[in-house]
Design a protein around this ligand. Structure first.
Ligand SMILES: Nc1ccn([C@@H]2O[C@H](COP(=O)(O)O)[C@@H](O)[C@H]2O)c(=O)n1
Ligand code: CDI
Length: 158
C-alpha cells in the first residue's frame, strides 16, 4: 500500500532573521518571515507528509495563533509530523522537493539539507532529493521578495 502527498509553501523575506532552508542555516543578508523559523522547505515537506496520510496541513497541527509555535524549530515540527506518519503505519518511500529562489544560491547547501531531512524522516539520503531553481527574475521569487518550496512524497506501508 502506497500513499502520495504534495506540499507547497511561500515565505516573504525580512531583515534581521536567519535564513533557514531544509533545516540548514544559510548565510545571507536576510531571512524569511513567519510565526515559526519560516523554513519554507520543511513546511512543504511536512504538508506533503500530512497530505499523504490524510491529516490536513501544518496550520491545522501547529496554528500560527498559538504562542507555543512562535519561532518554532521547523525540524521539530516535521519530526512531530513524521511520528504521525509512523503511527499510521507508514515509512518514507521517497521525497522530491524544489526550492524556488532567485537568490541565494542553494547548491552548496543541498547535500546538508538532504542529510538533515533524511535524518528527520528516518530514511537514507538516497530517498531524499532536493532541487533548486530561479524563476529567471520573474514573479515574487524573481524580484527576491520571498522563497517558495514544493515537495512530493511517496509513503510505503512499514
Ligand atoms: N537559488 C538557486 C537557484 C538555482 N540553483 C541552481 O542553479 C541551476 C540553474 O538554475 P535555473 O533557475 O537557471 O534553471 C539549478 O538547476 C540549481 O542547480 C541554485 O543552486 N540555487
Ligand atoms: C508553521 C506555522 C506555525 O508556527 O507558522 P509559519 O512559520 O507562519 O508558517 P506557515 O507556512 O504559514 O504555516 C503554518 C504555521 O501555523
Amino acid at each position: 500500500m502506497f500513499r502520495i502527498g504534495q506540499g507547497f509553501d511561500v515565505h516573504r523575506f525580512g531583515e534581521g532573521r536567519p535564513l533557514m532552508i531544509g533545516g540548514v542555516e544559510i548565510p545571507y543578508e536576510k531571512g524569511l518571515l513567519g510565526h515559526s523559523d519560516a523554513d519554507v522547505l520543511l513546511h512543504a515537506v511536512a504538508d506533503a507528509c500530512l497530505g499523504a496520510i490524510g491529516e490536513g496541513d501544518i496550520g491545522r497541527h501547529f496554528p500560527d495563533t498559538d504562542a507555543a509555535f512562535k519561532d518554532a524549530d521547523s525540524a521539530a515540527l516535521l519530526a512531530h509530523v513524521f511520528q504521525l506518519v509512523k503511527q499510521k503505519g507508514y515509512k518514507l518511500g521517497n521525497l522530491d522537493c524544489t526550492i524556488i529562489a532567485q537568490k541565494p544560491k542553494m547548491a552548496p547547501y543541498i547535500g546538508k539539507m538532504r542529510e538533515t531531512i533524511a535524518r528527520i524522516l528516518e530514511a537514507e539520503i538516497g530517498q531524499v532529493n532536493v532541487k533548486a531553481t530561479t524563476t529567471e527574475k520573474l514573479g515574487f521569487a524573481g524580484r527576491e521578495e520571498g522563497i517558495a518550496a514544493q515537495a512530493a512524497v511517496l509513503l510505503e506501508q512499514a
